[in-house]
Design a protein around this ligand. Structure first.
Ligand code: SF4
Length: 412
């Protein structure tokens, strides 16, 4: 495959990575855990038990912590817990302060700074919650929160008020009440299991939950939202996949933000899920110093397709308290979308959305491709900036005039 740097000119992506090197798959390796047996390393319970969860552990493993990181790490467990699996830790470049993996999981003191427009519940989930752990914001679907625990904690988490219980939110999902609400609402045809991370439940517990949801006749479609394929690919066991495939149609939305997260281990884990017939989509959050670069984003999207995952959404970072240092601008998001659409496979182009603050739901944000629309024609712009006229009559039917390219557009 040829490198395509045409979209960024001479700009270098973060960390000096070339587009082609970003596209390569590597193993995370063993790093500090080189003497751990294969059986332990590949055991997801071992990975969870050996997570890095405090400042002393982190500094011992990474003496290059900056003062901002060390101060943030000391305070982390009072806001959002610190946890990094050994597997994921090995993706951090300790020599690079701006390492995009590091930015996502190593706390910084800036997390304690809250701008006046930031919120603890930016998507208004609590106000759309008819029973604990269930969010009913859209007409035909619900968000079913199953746990407040994750394999590792993202520093920009939209649900940081809830996950890890560091702020005393006291999250107690009540599966009986959640399921009873869904059963009593025939308009709910789609249930998204999320959290925290649903794949932290045991296979038995997850199977029980999925069976109960599948038994509700009007539930057509089940989804799981999980960051575990990238934080803890060891969890994607053949047994888990065999269990999940009993509940089709079952889709999974994974979460990855940088092409370096897509290792050989992750590719294999995603292959197991895809082989179990689970359609896979990816959600990314646009983050400063992580993926606010067109080449990085394009490499991520193309690499996802190589892992059999359809890029689904790029989210503008929610207005979560303490996330300003990670929030890239909407202008940057639009610039990235402009450099994806038409410049790479359509399957590699996700929808860029802002989750409207306060609970308005996802709103797609696009560069402007319709330049003008009136009774006789629509003027559109393609990815190369060329302008075309699409003629139509007032009733929306083509009026028989052949579409034409306009070199010097008249915007009337
Ligand atoms: S995995 Fe998801 S729920 Fe957990 S901390 Fe990250 S963004 Fe939040």
């Amino acid at each position: 495959m040829q490198a395509d740097n045409s979209s960024t000119g001479s700009e270098e992506p973060p960390s000096g990575n070339s587009f082609q090197s970003l596209k390569q798959f590597h193993s995370a390796g063993r790093g500090f855990w080189h003497d751990v047996s294969d059986a332990d390393w590949n055991d997801w319970h071992w990975q969870l038990k050996h997570r890095i969860t405090n400042a002393d552990q982190l500094q011992r493993l990474m003496p290059t912590l900056t003062p901002e990181e060390f101060a943030g790490t000391k305070l982390a467990n009072t806001k959002l817990a610190l946890a990094i699996t050994p597997y994921f830790f090995n993706l951090i470049d300790p020599a690079d302060e701006n390492c995009p993996i590091r930015q996502q999981v190593v706390p910084r003191i800036e997390e304690t700074h809250t701008a006046s427009w930031e919120m603890s519940d930016p998507c208004g989930e609590d106000s759309h919650s008819p029973v604990p752990g269930l969010v009913h914001r859209y007409p035909d679907r619900v968000l079913f929160l199953v746990t407040d625990r994750c394999a590792a904690y993202c520093r920009y988490c939209t649900r940081s008020r809830l996950v890890s219980n560091a702020t005393g939110y006291d999250f107690h999902p009540e599966f009986d009440k959640q399921i009873a609400y869904i059963a009593a609402h025939p308009e709910i045809r789609d249930v998204l299991l999320s959290g925290g991370d649903p794949l932290l439940l045991s296979d038995d517990k997850l199977e029980n939950l999925l069976s109960r949801l599948r038994a509700i006749p009007h539930v057509e479609f089940l989804r799981i939202g999980s960051r575990i394929p990238t934080f803890l690919p060891q969890r994607i066991t053949p047994e888990l996949c065999a269990m999940l495939k009993k509940f089709h149609p079952l889709f999974m939305s994974i979460h990855s933000n940088h092409p370096r997260e897509l290792t050989t281990e992750v590719r294999d884990a995603l292959g197991r899920l895809a082989d179990a017939g689970i359609p896979l989509g990816n959600q990314s959050v646009l983050l400063k110093h992580v993926n606010d670069d067109a080449d990085v984003m394009k490499a991520l999207m193309q690499k996802l397709l190589m892992c059999r995952v359809k890029p689904y959404y790029i989210y503008q970072c929610d207005l979560i308290a303490g996330s300003a240092h990670l929030r890239a601008s909407v202008a940057k998001g639009l610039e990235i979308m402009e450099k994806l659409r038409g410049h790479t496979t359509g399957y590699a182009v996700p929808t860029y959305v802002i989750d409207a603050p306060g609970g308005g739901g996802k709103v797609p944000i696009n560069p402007e491709y319709v330049l003008c629309r009136n009774a006789g024609r629509v003027l559109i712009r393609n990815f190369e900036g060329k302008i075309f006229e699409y003629p139509e009559t007032a009733d929306g039917q083509p009026c028989g005039q052949p579409p034409k390219e306009i070199v010097e557009p008249e915007l009337v």
